[in-house]
Design a protein around this ligand. Structure first.
Ligand code: CA2
Length: 151
């Protein structure tokens, strides 16, 4: 059975409790439940975690080698700042799908650039919590060896 890990970055633990006009009322726990339900449908194992610390996210990416087959990463604000996360992803060579709840390209200019995107399989943004489920589908399809040219 394939194993996926979903990593969430800084402040995502506040989801549903602050700024609902931007991020909605869904909590990170709601998203985890949604993803676990979808993992059962897909027949994959799932690890789900969150950290506010860049180094812990780097270590989680390193630790995924030999444990998980692919990663889904919402790096939060580190998306726009962290060369360390980009290097970690490039160094492990695991497929990574980048996810954002909001459409980062429709927001402030400083959110338009992602350090993750160039080393990711692809990016899903702007679909709220559904983006995590879409990312799971994309990653599971990639891991199953689907012959779509882009993945
Ligand atoms: O849209 C996304 O998923 C983001 O990764 C969320 C990050 C933001 O810095 C990225 O540009 C886009 C912020 C997560 C903070 O989440 C909060 C939730 C509730 C209240 C305050 C922050």
């Amino acid at each position: 059975m394939k194993s996926l890990a979903i990593l969430n970055g800084p402040n995502l633990n506040l989801l549903g409790r602050r700024q609902p006009e931007i991020y909605g009322r869904t909590t990170l726990n709601d998203i985890e439940v949604m993803c676990r339900t979808h993992a059962e449908r897909l027949g994959v194992e799932l690890a789900f975690s969150q950290s506010n610390h860049e180094g812990e996210l780097v270590e989680a990416i390193h630790a995924a080698v030999g444990t998980h087959d692919g990663l889904i990463l919402n790096a939060g604000a580190y998306t726009h700042t962290s060369v360390a996360l980009r290097d970690a992803i490039a160094s492990v060579g695991l497929p990574v799908v980048e996810v954002h709840l909001s459409n980062i390209h429709a927001r402030e200019a400083f959110r338009h650039h992602s350090h993750i995107a160039p080393v990711a399989l692809g990016q899903i943004c702007g679909f709220g919590a559904t983006g995590y489920v879409l990312a799971m589908d994309a990653l599971a399809s990639h891991l199953s060896g689907a012959t779509d040219a882009a993945t």
